[in-house]
Ligand binder design. Structure first.
Ligand code: BJW
Ligand code: ZN
Length: 258
């Protein structure tokens, strides 16, 4: 695997009975899905992702924002889960009851075999009406051009309002059932592994803090420092697709599917 994991991290995983894995954009980086804070390219290079992911941006320029989501949906469809996603699924298989909580709007955990990941920030694949909230079907599109393009959002079949992405934008509430599941799991786990998140966006960033406060051990996997360094007992600095398989192998031997 090429990555050395400290034996105490492997021992923590091996001993854990209730595990929560919290993931962010970094776990999908090695699948070629840009993280949220990576510079945008193509049509979007002069925009800041933080400014596009708002209800105001969609209201001001729905074609620009819908086009951005179509472009990302197209990129995710072409991407494949990586060894980091597979390692998370291997932890679930090994320790029943493991809860995967993701901030990601891609479906790479599901495609790697995770059973029922909690999506705190929604999904690229579940658009809904911006007026009446009715679920909308996805437009059947060919791959988006590499540079992206403006695309007018489809109209709701029931009320004709524009269809919006089924994701959580800044200033919007997280889906309550997902947040409840995540907080309950964090409050009752003995080990939380946080992977590839900057730990800057709330309330998601609170979940590892809740676990730590209530006595769980936190392991963090991230090549960079984050505010979560402070709550993590072990910081594994490196890319998820290398570190997570090495961690799983160090805990249980080579049980990873290849
Ligand atoms: C690797 C790697 C590799 C790279 N391997 N790692 C408290 C204080 C201050 C502000 C607030 C607060 N509470 C709420 C707020 C406001 C706001 C907020 O948090 N703002 C902050 C910016 C300060 N929060 C909200 O608005 C939330 N809503 C809310 O609070 O509602 C209140 C309310 C209640 C009731 C009624 C109404 C309102 C909503 C937040 C929604 C976030 N949505 C987004 C967009 C989703 C859709 C989309 O994708 O387009 O979610 S923003 C974006 O950030 C996205 C992500 O899920 C989220 C987190 O990002 P993530 O995953 O951490 O990615 P990055 O890019 O930040 O970091 C990548 C990391 O990976 C880095 O650390 C790299 O080092 C690492 N990495 N390669 C491992 N190979
Ligand atoms: Zn509608």
């Amino acid at each position: 695997m090429g990555h050395v994991v400290p034996p105490e991290a492997a021992a923590l995983l091996e001993r854990a009975r209730r595990i929560v894995v919290v993931t962010g954009a970094g776990i999908s980086a090695e699948s070629g899905v840009p993280t949220f804070r990576d510079a945008l390219t193509g049509l979007w290079q002069r925009f800041d992702a933080q400014a596009l992911a708002t209800p105001q941006a969609f209201e001001d320029d729905p074609d620009l924002v819908w086009g951005w989501y179509e472009w990302r949906r197209s990129a995710v469809r072409r991407a494949r889960p990586n060894a980091g996603h597979a390692a998370v699924a291997a932890i679930e298989a090994r320790v029943p009851g493991t809860v995967v909580v993701t901030q990601n709007v891609d479906d790479l955990h599901e495609r790697a075999g995770s059973t029922d990941p909690v999506h705190l920030h929604g999904s690229l694949f579940a658009p809904r009406c911006s007026g009446c909230s009715r679920p909308a079907s996805l437009p059947d599109v060919a791959d988006e051009p590499a540079g992206g393009r403006r695309v007018p959002p489809p109209r709701c079949a029931a009320c004709a309002a524009p269809v919006r992405p089924g994701v959580v934008w800044f200033g919007e509430a997280l889906p309550q059932a997902a947040l409840d599941r995540a907080v309950e799991a964090a409050a009752s786990c003995d080990l939380l592994v946080t992977v590839g998140t900057s730990g800057l966006v709330y309330p998601a960033a609170e979940i590892p803090q809740v676990a730590a406060r209530l006595g769980a051990t936190v392991i963090q996997v991230n090549p960079d420092e984050t505010p979560l360094d402070a709550v993590a007992e072990v910081n594994l600095r490196g890319p998820a697709a290398r570190v997570l398989p090495a961690l799983v192998a160090a805990a249980w031997g080579d049980t990873m599917p290849t």
